[in-house]
Design a binder for this molecule. Structure first.
Ligand code: ATP
Length: 353
């Protein structure tokens, strides 16, 4: 995913804006100059707070919303300008799953999965074969005849996924698909999505307000704030080196980036006169994630550090960690230079007396 002008992207947003009529006729700018390309086969997570514009962005991919300015292209088709048969063709390329599953209560599992094929006019025989395949793929064999009310949340979402795949789309949109599920079921649904992405080469665009979902499944990510993309790129790069304050605050929940309150409350931006401690964020990425660098800093440079917060975890298959440390401010530059020489990323967050 890039902000560039690659033409072979599965999904492209080019300078996309969307204004809704707000109260008293004042326009609400839900999206503003969004440019983003999602490469075929990527899993792209869009993260943002409530009202940031995530749903509006997602709904443009299947033509449920049209851009006020700019273009949205899916597999080379201009969705915003497609009408009638052309729009229906684009929509067949795009499946969607929802937070609350949106299953028809009066239809069985098999009946729900068959629905998009019936709408597309597929004959009964091929529908039966396709539904049986999909039921196997999402692990629902034996439950074909059940009704939604007789299923768990995770099973309902599997039906939703099978239904979304029925017309063999190239793109799958996920609208907070795991937000209503418990953590364990969330993991099984995310694994299923990752398998589908790998086996079918499907491009997935998902919106979420949970960084853990992005960390666990997304190859790429974009952070949206006030209708604008404030940061985008490979998930690993953004986790290891977030540049925008919104990204940093989202990451605080899943990494060791949050300072304890007693430090945060008295942190100063500028170094004060007299003795002080420098607060440094140290990011350990890739091969360096498990090196005992702080011990080496003490032994080789004679610089003692206090660990204030931290976590080591995985983004996809790669380990990475963040530590917040404090060192004597007089030795801060030396400590940072040493850590950077050994492949770690450092950033001064502030000072405390
Ligand atoms: N049909 C509409 N009419 C007027 N304003 C709208 C409409 N749809 C969305 N908005 C406004 O556009 C902005 C973005 O909304 P959107 O639903 O895309 O955000 P979101 O990030 O998906 O939020 P949430 O996580 O709460 O669903 C909000 O200010 C919202 O009130």
């Amino acid at each position: 995913m890039t902000g560039s002008t690659a033409t072979d992207a599965a999904i492209r947003f080019d300078g996309v804006g969307k204004a809704f009529a707000g109260p008293g006729g004042v326009p609400v700018h839900a999206l503003d100059a969004v440019t983003l390309a999602v490469e075929p086969g990527a899993i792209c997570g869009i993260i943002g707070r409530s009202g940031a514009g995530k749903s509006t962005l997602l709904r443009m991919v299947n033509g449920l919303e049209r851009p006020t300015t700019g273009t949205v292209t899916v597999a080379g088709h201009d969705v915003g300008r497609a009408r009638g048969a052309a729009l229906r063709r684009v929509r067949r390329e795009v499946g969607m799953i929802f937070q609350h599953f949106n299953l028809l209560a009066s239809r069985t599992v098999a009946g729900n999965i068959a629905l998009p094929l019936e709408i597309a006019g597929t004959p009964a025989g091929p529908i039966r074969a396709r539904v049986a395949d999909l039921i196997d793929r999402v692990g629902l064999r034996g439950l074909e005849g059940r009704y939604p009310a007789e299923l768990s949340g995770g099973q309902k979402q599997r039906v939703g996924i099978a239904r979304a795949l029925a017309t063999q789309p190239k793109v799958l949109l996920s609208d907070e698909a795991t937000s209503a599920l418990d953590p364990e079921t969330t993991q099984t649904v995310l694994r299923l999505l990752a398998d589908i992405n790998r086996d079918l080469g499907l491009t997935i665009l998902l919106i979420t307000h949970e960084m853990a979902v992005v960390r666990d499944i997304a190859s790429h990510m974009a952070v949206i704030e006030g209708g604008r993309i404030v940061e985008s790129g490979p998930t690993y790069d953004i986790f290891t080196n977030p540049t925008h304050p919104t990204t940093q605050s989202f990451l605080g929940g899943v990494t060791g980036l949050t300072l304890p309150g007693f430090i945060a409350g008295r942190m100063l931006e500028q170094r004060p006169d007299g003795p002080a401690q420098e607060i440094i964020r140290v990011t350990f990425a890739g091969a360096h994630a498990t090196d005992p660098m702080l011990s080496r800093l003490a032994v080789e440079q004679g610089i003692a550090s206090n660990i204030l917060a931290g976590a080591i975890e995985e983004v996809g298959p790669h380990p990475f960690g963040n530590l917040l440390i404090s060192v004597d401010a007089d030795r801060g530059a030396q400590a940072r230079a040493y850590l950077e020489r050994h492949g770690l990323l450092t950033k001064v967050l502030g000072y405390v007396r």
